[in-house]
Design a protein around this ligand. Structure first.
Ligand code: CTP
Ligand code: MG
Length: 248
């Protein structure tokens, strides 16, 4: 039986173990700086900004966990948030699974948030947490698409690709993080769904188990830093926040 007097506790797993191949050669993506501060630090702060978040597990590059741990100690968080760093895996799915294994007992809500989305506003984080608390086992923040999407028959590079369909844009959503889950649901999804079955996000794993997933409004500042141009946008958002909101 759950104890109604115990506060609801939210934990976050932050996969940050990727190299960032699409960003180009250099430092692993999560450690690249935005406005002089590592992207991972922005992402950790964005999660710790929610008063509901009591635990954060950062999943670091497997050969760099000690260095990441040392780095994060240079940017202390408010006392209410505990932070641990664990080494990641070869794929995002494996990294999230390793992060989930480091969660403490007694967590009521778990979020998974990409280190590559450093600027997600706290209102989006809180909206995801609120939807899980309200009873949804899996919640994703998402936005309508600006571009029309075509389905194609992939071809070797250099060969034009035949279009096989155009899904109705008004029915599509571009999905962001943090994604929120009932912890048992997410653990079961990661224990059950085999790597390489095509799920590119955590909610996709839950969908494979037949778990209902709901969408709440995402935010344009929760975009993922993937390619070099995204860094330009992120620097601009950060500069505006620092000028107008006192953001550090
Ligand atoms: N990630 C991870 N472990 C991996 C691969 C990715 O923890 N083995 C994390 C990344 O660090 C990132 C998030 O998953 O925070 C989303 O992945 P993506 O944006 O694709 O980052 P990378 O995989 O690093 O980038 P790329 O695909 O361009 O190499
Ligand atoms: Mg990747």
């Amino acid at each position: 039986m759950s104890d109604p007097t115990r506060p609801i506790r939210t934990a976050v797993v932050i996969p940050a173990a990727g190299r960032g191949v699409r960003l180009g050669p250099g430092t692993p993506k999560a450690l690249r700086t935005l406005g002089g501060t590592p992207m991972l630090v922005h992402a950790v702060r964005a999660m710790a900004a929610s008063r509901a978040v009591s635990h954060i597990v950062v999943v670091a590059p497997s050969d760099g966990a000690t260095e990441v741990d040392r780095l994060l100690h240079e940017y202390p968080l408010a006392d209410r948030t505990e932070l641990v760093v664990v080494p990641g895996g070869r794929t995002r799915q494996e990294s999230v699974r390793l992060g989930l294994a480091a969660l403490p007992e007694g967590i009521d809500v778990v979020l998974v948030h990409d280190a590559a989305r450093p600027l997600v506003p706290v209102d989006t984080v809180d909206a995801v947490i609120a939807a899980v608390r309200a009873g949804a086992p899996a919640v994703v923040p998402a936005l309508p698409l600006a571009d029309t999407v075509k389905q194609v028959e992939p071809q070797p590079q250099g060969t034009p690709e035949p279009v096989v369909g155009t899904p109705e844009r008004s029915l599509l959503r571009a999905v962001q993080t943090p994604q929120g889950f009932d912890p048992e649901t997410l653990r079961k999804a990661h224990d059950t769904v085999v790597e390489g079955e095509g799920a590119t996000d955590d909610a996709g794993l839950a969908e494979r188990l037949g778990v209902p997933v709901v969408v709440v409004p995402g935010h344009e500042e929760a975009f993922k830093v993937t390619r070099p141009l995204d860094l330009v946008l992120a620097e601009a958002v950060l500069a505006r926040r620092r000028a107008t909101d006192g953001y550090v």
